[in-house]
Design a protein around this ligand. Structure first.
Ligand code: FAD
Ligand code: SIN
Length: 546
């Protein structure tokens, strides 16, 4: 029998976006937060550099706006940028009120003030941070508050599968009415009913072989929203972080851009600096430029990596501001005080996502998307460093306020059909899943990576069509598991990325193609629209809408 739960709001994901939304709703709604792992497992927890906001008297909002627009290569929506940047200082106060401690220093008047760092694309020091582990400071404090709030219930190890859309299931009314989720501990699928669902499930960088992200960044929210009938935009803009540790056991551990902000230098294997050949801001050029320059130099020289040299920064500064990077590199036998760090680019951030307004509303009534899974127009063709956590908090606060306003008028909840497993069996060949995972991530890295061509994209498209057919068949015949759910989502997201990349016949920001090296005069978003929803009153898991 399918277990059922009923709430006012279901939030999928426990990163900054999910937890901040939950806390924004705490005094007016009954909330369930679903997280596919334990609460603390998220990109948010791994964030290093910090969170950007204008808090220095010598900085100003217009400069933050201008830097964001420039990094975004003409594609940012100006209204979205202004909206988020202007609310930055208030978002920081909100985080501080919720227990987040950012590093401080003594100001000229002897009073403590925030210690600010700098990162690529920023013309001013404006990054608040907690040493080089800002993410855990944010997620740790928010988690503590969430766990202490009686109106918020946490469901760890629950992986959301699909949104319940009334039209799709022939239920009365319109819009979203909850989600189906796999309880990973029991193996059963449960129904969570609510008039509001917030997707806060993070990005999709696991679609690539090498990524700085945790394992759960499989684009689930983007895929669920697409299947629910939402548009997605700009999926071709996949950000590769220029400096991830190159070590066979390091799993692309991130080496923060803040190290370059403090004066770290990029060098070729022979010690030569090279970034000034590519951009006047050299090591602090926008991220797409730095990643592409490293990729170019590695291919030109046949080198496995380049090097980030921070030896001149001094032990005290490294200990004070980068204790985790220092310690992690030491675990791999690299003493960053004395030797340069071997680094390579890796997939880091999904700039595109579910089309939303600045309040997180999607195309489906009652369904919201917040954080990395969303597309608000803030990041354009290349997200500027430390603007992501900012967007999570600003939009989460708007979304929760919007939901609280709408909640009193929410339609009565029809009963969603039970999850039907009568026609599926236990998988007898899990190797198919792991094989398809590997194949997908390999060809996305090889054909849809930092430098693209039409031919490579066409190859990727051909492969993804075959893979998706195979995964469909598997999904229709076997019981769901976490790996299968993630693979199904990753394959769909890969298809959206490839399609978007094929549609863009220019090079701009993170999308660089040898076939169209020029930038077109007029920037245009790539908006993909799913085919109209068809009624499927069969068992819910036989949906064929993806
Ligand atoms: P996440 O923090 O990724 O959270 C997603 C949550 O959704 C997770 O809890 C996950 O388990 C859950 N989830 C996913 N799918 C499902 C499902 N189907 N069912 C249930 N739960 C699900 N940005 C900055 O601004 N500053 C930085 O310094 C910075 N440093 C970074 C360093 C690293 C190593 C990485 C990887 C990213 C960094 N970023 C940084 C980017 C930033 O951390 C992320 O973009 C941001 O944290 C995303 O927050 P989120 O809440 O949208 O998603
Ligand atoms: C970093 O610390 O380099 C990551 C910052 C970001 O992704 O915004």
């Amino acid at each position: 029998m399918t277990a059922r739960h009923a709430y006012d709001v279901i939030i999928i994901g426990s990163g900054a976006a999910g937890l901040a939304t939950a806390l924004g709703l705490a005094h007016g709604a009954r909330v369930a937060v679903l997280s596919k792992d334990s609460l603390r497992v998220s990109s948010t927890s791994w964030a290093q550099g910090g969170i950007a906001a204008v808090l220095d008297a010598e900085d100003d909002l217009e400069a933050h706006i201008q830097d964001t627009l420039e990094a975004g290569a003409g594609m940012c929506h100006q209204d979205a940028v202004r909206f988020v940047v202007e609310r930055g200082p208030d978002a920081i106060r909100w985080l501080v009120d919720h227990g987040v401690h950012f590093d401080t220093e003594d100001g000229p008047d002897g009073q403590p003030r925030f210690h600010l760092t700098q990162e690529g694309g920023h013309s001013h020091r404006r990054i608040l941070h907690a040493a080089d582990a800002t993410g855990i400071a944010v997620s740790g404090s928010l988690e503590e508050r969430v766990r202490a709030t009686p109106s918020i219930e946490v469901f760890e190890h629950y992986v959301a599968i699909d949104v319940v859309v009334r039209e799709k299931l022939g239920l009365p009314g319109s819009g979203c009415a909850g989600v189906y989720a796999l309880n990973r501990r029991s193996g059963g699928v449960e129904v969570f009913q609510a008039p509001f669902v917030v997707l806060a499930s993070g990005g999709a960088s696991r679609v690539y072989l090498y990524t700085s992200n945790p394992d759960g960044s499989t684009g689930d929210g983007i895929a669920m929203a697409w299947r629910a009938g939402c548009r997605v935009a700009n999926m071709e803009f996949n950000q590769f972080h220029p400096t991830c540790l190159f070590h066979p056991k390091a799993k692309s551990f991130l080496v923060s851009e803040a190290l370059r902000g403090e004066g770290g230098l990029l060098r070729l294997p022979d010690g030569e600096r090279f970034m000034s050949r590519f951009h006047p801001r050299a090591e602090l050029a926008p991220r797409d430029v730095v990643a592409r320059a490293i990729d170019f130099e590695m291919k030109r020289l046949g080198a496995d990596c380049v090097f980030l040299d921070v030896t001149h920064l001094g032990e005290d500064r490294l200990q004070a501001h980068f204790p985790n990077i220092l310690a992690r590199c030491a675990e791999f036998g690299i003493d960053i005080r004395a030797e340069p760090i071997p680094v390579v680019p890796a997939a880091h951030y999904t700039c595109g996502g579910v089309v939303t307004g600045s309040n997180g509303r999607t195309d489906v009534p009652g369904l919201y998307a917040v954080g990395e899974c969303s597309f608000t127009g803030l990041h354009g063709a290349n997200r500027m460093a430390s603007n992501s956590l900012l967007e999570c908090v600003v939009v989460a606060r708007e979304a929760s306020a919007d939901i609280l306003r709408l909640l009193p008028q929410a339609e009565a909840q029809p009963e969603a059909p039970a999850w039907d497993e009568s026609q599926v069996t236990d998988s007898d060949e899990d190797v198919v899943i792991s094989h398809n995972w590997d194949e997908l991530r390999h060809f996305m890295w090889d054909y849809v990576g930092i430098v693209r061509t039409d031919k490579r994209l066409a190859r990727a498209q051909h492969r993804i069509e075959l893979l998706r057919r195979e995964i469909h068949e598997y999904y229709a015949n076997y019981k769901v598991s976490n790996d299968l759910i993630e693979l199904r989502n990753l394959a769909l997201v890969a298809e959206l990325i490839i399609q978007s990349a094929l549609n863009r016949r220019e090079s701009r920001g993170l999308h660089y193609t040898l076939d169209y090296p020029q930038t077109l005069p007029t920037p245009r978003d790539t908006v993909l629209t799913p085919s109209p929803l068809r009624l499927d009153v069969q068992a819910s898991r036989r949906w064929r809408l993806d």
